[in-house]
Ligand binder design. Structure first.
Ligand SMILES: *Cc1c(COP(=O)(O)O)cnc(C)c1O
Length: 419
């Protein structure tokens, strides 16, 4: 029996997160045995240049010595205590020191948990019930936000999810991305009931869709005018696109921010932060309950601290350079091959759509996802691992080099010749 057959027998679909199953591109996923720097190695020891980076959780490169040392040292002192630790304080200080809008932060174990807490906190702090989410943005798999949620759901072609009652999503208003008028209309109808608006400041779960000029500024102004909280979901963009995330890049101050992925240095850690007067509504100070046995786990905080300490301005300059090289190289490849494509880039993030311009979920769905699947498999055969769905984003890490990117562009050229 193959490893995948064994997996399918005992794990639904053979995977512990649906996007890993290659559902959108067909075929079977490879099993990773180890990883180092820019590369993954499967159980047959085949090497892949990795642009998935654990879906954005890895940024230093795989098995970076600083992260590995920090984790090993922490593990030797015990793996979990259920009491406060110095590491939690240090990581909270690092986060607040980098992101101006964050005065206090609560650490949790996944982005889903952080988003769930953010919605509850926004409702508790404002006394209002409704939330606006944007079609194609993904905030984890909490019930109330699994409406037009992009990414894994787009890949599966599900409208939302079974098992979620109408009552649960009755207070969720879905609006298109990059459409200020739709937001104005939602607030005109429900303004005094809207607790919060959640947005991925750079949408990265419907492919990569950057915000149009002035869009985030407009969201900030509308939320302020109506007394609703603006929540930035920076689970992907936080500490990945710039030192202070997308909010630093665009100069917008949200009320609350959700973190995950990079902040845990490849271990399960996420967070929710914002203005102290809002954050203090959380238990034990306030009446909004939230808790977690493994929250602020010492291994995860050690990995997060080691990672953030290496992410200085020059690291982001390097990542922007690499992403620009990749995006421009891919664009040229498609032009030369006569393949109509739209390579998007925002700071360190890159996306590939086959077809015309994309500005929201509807246009992202119009892209040729069958062609993306063909492109994906051509690259995979050539030892390059792009995201196994056209609704995802490509990540370079600090272990990538311009030489590695050149090799990837050559593989893309060879693949594009047969698209
Ligand atoms: C991955 C992701 C989440 C969910 O984080 P998990 O740790 O997978 O629960 C939330 N928001 C965004 C923008 C994400 O990309």
């Amino acid at each position: 029996m193959s490893l995948f057959e064994r997996a399918e027998a005992r794990i639904p679909g053979g995977v512990n997160s649906p996007v890993r199953a290659f559902g959108s591109v067909g075929g079977q996923p490879f099993f990773t045995a180890r990883a180092r720097g820019a590369y993954l190695y499967d159980t047959d020891n085949k090497r892949y240049t990795d642009y998935v980076q654990s879906w954005g959780a890895v940024i230093l490169g795989h098995a970076h010595p600083a992260a590995v040392d920090a984790i090993q040292q922490a593990a030797s002192l015990g793996t979990s205590y259920g009491t406060p630790t110095e590491g939690e304080v240090e990581l909270a200080e690092l986060i607040c020191g980098r992101v101006r809008s964050i005065e206090k932060v609560r650490l949790v174990s996944s982005g889903t948990e952080a988003a769930m807490t953010a919605v509850r906190l926004a409702r508790g702090a404002t006394g209002r019930s409704k939330v606006i989410k944007l079609a194609g943005c993904y905030h984890g798999h909490l019930d109330s936000l699994l409406v037009a949620a992009g990414s894994g759901l787009a890949t599966l072609g599900l409208p939302g999810s079974a098992g979620i009652t109408e009552g649960t999503v009755a207070d969720t208003i879905a609006c298109p991305y990059n459409d200020v008028l739709a937001i104005e209309e939602a607030f005109a109808l429900h303004g005094s009931d809207i607790a919060a608006l959640l947005v991925e400041p750079i949408a990265a779960n419907m492919g990569l869709v950057p915000p149009q000029d002035g869009y985030l500024e407009a969201l900030r102004a509308i939320c302020s005018r109506h007394g609703a909280l603006l929540i930035f979901d920076e689970v992907i963009t936080g500490f990945r696109v710039a030192r202070a995330g997308a909010q630093g890049l665009f100069g917008i101050v949200p009320d609350l921010t959700i973190f995950g992925k990079v902040v845990g240095g490849g271990l399960p850690l996420a967070g929710l932060g914002g203005r102290a007067d809002i954050m203090d509504h959380l238990a034990p100070l306030g009446s909004v309950y939230q808790a977690g046995t493994l929250s602020g786990n010492p291994l995860a905080t050690a990995a997060g601290i080691a990672t953030l300490k290496l992410l200085d301005d020059s690291a982001y300059e390097r990542l922007v350079d690499l992403a620009t090289h990749l995006a421009e190289g891919l664009s040229d490849v498609f032009v030369n091959a006569g393949v109509q494509a739209n390579v998007t880039r925002s700071a360190t993030l890159v996306g590939v759509f086959f077809g015309g311009a994309v500005s929201d979920y509807e246009s992202a769905k119009q892209a040729d996802h069958a062609r993306y699947a063909k492109f994906f498999h051509g690259l995979l055969e050539r030892g390059v691992f792009f995201a196994p769905s056209g609704y995802e984003t490509l990540f370079c890490g600090l272990a990538h080099t311009h030489e590695v990117i050149e090799e990837t562009i050559a593989a893309a050229a060879a693949t594009a010749a047969n698209l």
